[in-house]
Design a protein around this ligand. Structure first.
Ligand SMILES: C[S@@+](CC[C@H](N)C(=O)[O-])C[C@H]1O[C@@H](n2cnc3c(N)ncnc32)[C@H](O)[C@@H]1O
Length: 273
């Protein structure tokens, strides 16, 4: 169990990954459970890549250990790893420099605070977003509320349905996760694929109805009207599968909640509409 106070550390923003949270993550990400998950995810992505070559974006790539497996699985592709932490990218660039000379895949890492709509639009064939922990602030939320007012209304409605006391915290989460999904869609060309990997404690169909609706709203695949308002659907959900894995202990270490001693991760495949 880590000695870091994550509530305090993450409250200092995305830069916390440049300090002790980053050191903790590098340690976690180097575990056998993560190594196995990254190989599994990369194989899954390669099976669905459909093309011999293209551009793959690893969104919030962190120390790049998944990127590394993706490069090995798709040697003819081009790769762009994006992250907001200089320390994480230094780590990723270090292994990229040590690659075999003549390794065919073109690989670039970029520093960016996500979600970022200044990134190239509709260029990627595949976007991978794994083990998310995107930290955003109230300023960004207010900025996006002005642009995506309809999403904000729907997020408020869904949050109020599920929670009384903590509705504003849930609203923040629903709204900003949807902004991230919009950013993933922004990067993809029409028909491009998004592979999301989320910490999970079971299959989607085991979720309660309201949690399922919240999940599909966040990821952009919800089409059913809510409270007389129709959400914009920008992804089709093609497939989702749950894998039991000790990676769930990342969540236990962050929260101290013993419920997260068991679980795994889910892989979802979405097509950009
Ligand atoms: C839990 S790690 C996951 C890393 C990687 N996807 C993996 O599976 O190994 C979360 C990553 O998100 C990055 N991150 C958090 N908030 C961010 C933000 N607002 N903008 C850009 N990156 C952010 C962190 O720097 C960290 O590398």
């Amino acid at each position: 169990m880590s000695s870091i106070d994550f509530t305090q550390a993450l409250a200092s923003g995305a830069r916390s990954y440049d300090r002790h949270v980053g050191r903790w993550w590098v340690q976690r990400t180097s575990s056998a459970a993560h190594a196995e998950a990254y190989v599994n995810i990369a194989r899954y992505v390669a099976r669905h890549a459909r093309k011999r070559s293209g551009l793959l974006v690893d969104y919030a790539c962190g120390a790049g250990l998944l990127t590394r497996q993706l490069v090995a699985a798709l040697p003819r592709w081009r790769f762009l790893g994006i992250d907001g932490s200089r320390a994480m990218l230094r780590f990723a660039e270090a292994w990229a420099r040590r690659r075999e000379p003549g390794s065919p895949a073109a690989l670039e890492f970029r520093l960016a605070k996500l979600p970022d709509f200044a990134l190239p639009m509709h260029k990627a064939d595949l976007v991978v977003f794994a083990f998310p922990n995107i930290i955003t602030g109230a300023g960004e939320r207010r900025h996006f509320e002005k642009i995506y007012g309809k999403d904000s209304v729907l997020a408020r409605l869904l949050a109020a349905k599920r929670e009384q006391a903590g509705a504003h915290v849930l609203y923040d989460q629903l709204f900003m996760n949807r902004m991230i999904a919009r950013n993933l869609r922004w990067l993809l060309r029409k028909g491009g694929l998004c592979v999301r990997v989320d910490y999970s404690q079971g299959s989607r169909h085991e979720l309660e109805r309201c949690d399922r609706v919240a999940t599909v709203f966040e990821e952009g695949s919800l089409s059913a009207g809510q409270g007389g308002r129709k959400p914009e659907k920008f992804f089709d959900l093609l497939y989702a599968r749950y894998y039991p894995s000790d990676v769930i202990r990342d969540v236990y270490e962050q929260t101290g909640d013993e419920d997260f001693l068991e679980g795994g991760y889910s892989v979802s495949l979405l097509r950009a509409i």
